[in-house]
Structure formats: C-alpha cells, structure tokens
Ligand binder design. Structure first.
Ligand SMILES: C[S@@+](CC[C@H](N)C(=O)[O-])C[C@H]1O[C@@H](n2cnc3c(N)ncnc32)[C@H](O)[C@@H]1O
Length: 249
C-alpha cells in the first residue's frame, strides 16, 4: 500500500540535527551515552504530525523524565524549568493546590517535587502522556481533556491556588481565547503562570489578539500582573520566549 503523503516540519528536523550534534560533541569530550534515540523518535513524530505514534512512544517510555533530566543540556528546551523558577520565586506555601495544564509526561512536577511541592493535579488531552506521568505518581488527580474557549473542563470554579502551564500554547494547542477557562478554575487571589514562544502573533489568527486578550482581562478586573511579562532568551535553543505571572482578582 502506498504511504500517504506527509508534510514535514523542517525546522523541527533542524532542531533534531542540532541535538544530535550537541550529543556527538559531548561524546567527543568524553561525555556519557544517553537514551537519545527515543527523543529523536519523539521529534520525528512531532515533525510529521504523527500524534498517534508520539503518544504510543510515551506508553513505552517509562524513563522519559529521567532521560530528559540526564541530557537536558543538549536538548535546548528550558520551558518547564524556567516556569518553575518563576513560581519558586513567589515563595508560596508548600501545600498550595496546583494545576499543571498541558502537563504532558510531567516535566513540571518532576522538578517541583525536589522543592517540596507535591499537591499537584495534571491536565492534558493525551491519555498516553498522563499514564506516563502516573507511572511516577507525579499527580494527585489527572484530567484527560482539552482546554478550549467553548467548553468548560470538568473542574469546579475557584479550585486551585496556582495554575501553571509550561509550553502549552503553540499552534494547534491552547489558544488565548481560553484564558477565561483557566481563570475560572483558579481561586480569587490565586496565581496563573505560563510561558509562550517568541513570535506567537504569527502562530495563527487566534494569537493575533493574544496581548489584547490579556489586557482585556486586566481591564475587566479578572486578573492583574504580578510582574511585567518577562522575555527569556534560549528557551528552545536560540528561540526566546515570554513568561507571564498573573493574580486572579
Ligand atoms: C510541549 S508539551 C508541554 C509539556 C510540559 N508542560 C512541558 O513543559 O514539558 C505540550 C502539551 O500540550 C498538550 N495540549 C495540546 N493541546 C492542548 C489543549 N487544547 N489543552 C490542554 N493541553 C493541550 C499536549 O498534549 C502536550 O502534552
């Protein structure tokens, strides 16, 4: 049977090549062997939009988080750790109830547990990724669903002290029109912190009004800035990103 014609996201292939070069460079300096082949599969399925196989890969990759921690210098991906750093700088009580949105396999709680934060629920539409996270008991509860502007998640109003969303907004993922749903599930006075790649205005039409939507929620009194939006360099290799920390009013 003929293979269906696939479109390939070339920038992602170039990122793979960069990871491979970084890996070889560190081997040449006498560095360690890593389980890098699974990361390459992950990127290949990402570059070909093969969500089905990307998810199956996670089902068979119980050591994803350890593997990622072992080679994060060459992966060039700093979204989870930089968001956690912003959260930690708030010095909140260790028992705060946290929702990790677009949680994937649990990068955020994997870092947070070393800082004493374990009261964390996870939300992601990928059952395979949630199962991978749960093999490590990283979440108290999980919600397998999408965050969209049109439909409520099964979470009650005003449930969480903190909502974190690391790398959950990009083309084809959570759109800024859904901020209202994220605000709904956070307690008044609670924190919402997320990050997003530079150039978000060009993701698609939904993101053209990203800044306006944030500011409209300020004007309406839904939330306020805890700190100005922070631009951070080298969030995914040389690509910059932005981190926001808001407080629900
Ligand atoms: C790049 S991963 C980020 C994973 C993790 N938060 C991290 O920082 O490493 C993006 C995640 O967003 C999830 N996602 C995609 N669309 C979503 C939506 N509409 N609502 C919630 N999560 C979504 C995907 O399943 C994927 O796990």
């Amino acid at each position: 049977m003929a293979e269906e014609k696939k479109s390939v996201h070339t920038p992602m292939i170039l990122k793979m090549e960069k990871i491979c070069r970084g890996y070889i460079d560190q081997l040449e300096k006498g560095g360690k062997q890593f389980n890098i082949q699974n990361f390459m599969m992950m990127y290949i399925f990402g570059a070909t939009n093969n969500t089905e196989y990307r998810t199956k890969l996670f089902d068979h990759w119980p050591t994803y988080l350890e593997d990622f921690a072992a080679c994060k210098e060459i992966m060039g991906y700093r979204y989870p750790e930089t968001l956690v750093d912003e959260f930690l700088s708030l010095k909140l009580d260790k028992n705060v109830k946290i929702l990790d949105v677009a949680c994937g396999a649990g990068n955020v709680p994997y870092i947070l547990k070393d800082h004493g934060y374990t009261n964390i629920d996870g939300l992601d539409p990928s059952d395979g990724l949630l199962k991978a996270a749960q093999t490590k008991s990283l979440y108290k509860n999980t919600f397998c669903c999408y965050v969209t502007p049109d439909e409520k998640t099964p979470i009650e109003d005003n449930t969480y002290d903190v909502l974190l969303c690391s790398a959950g907004m990009f083309p084809g993922s959570i759109v800024p029109q859904a901020f209202k749903e994220l605000i709904r599930v956070v307690k008044p006075g609670g924190i919402l912190a997320w990050n997003i790649a530079d150039g978000y205005e060009g993701f698609n039409d939904f993101f053209l009004s990203y800044d306006k939507i944030i500011n409209d929620h300020v004007t309406k009194g839904d939330w306020e800035f805890v700190q100005p939006t922070k631009k951070m360099e080298n969030m995914l290799f040389e690509d910059a990103g932005y981190t926001n920390v808001m407080r629900k009013k």
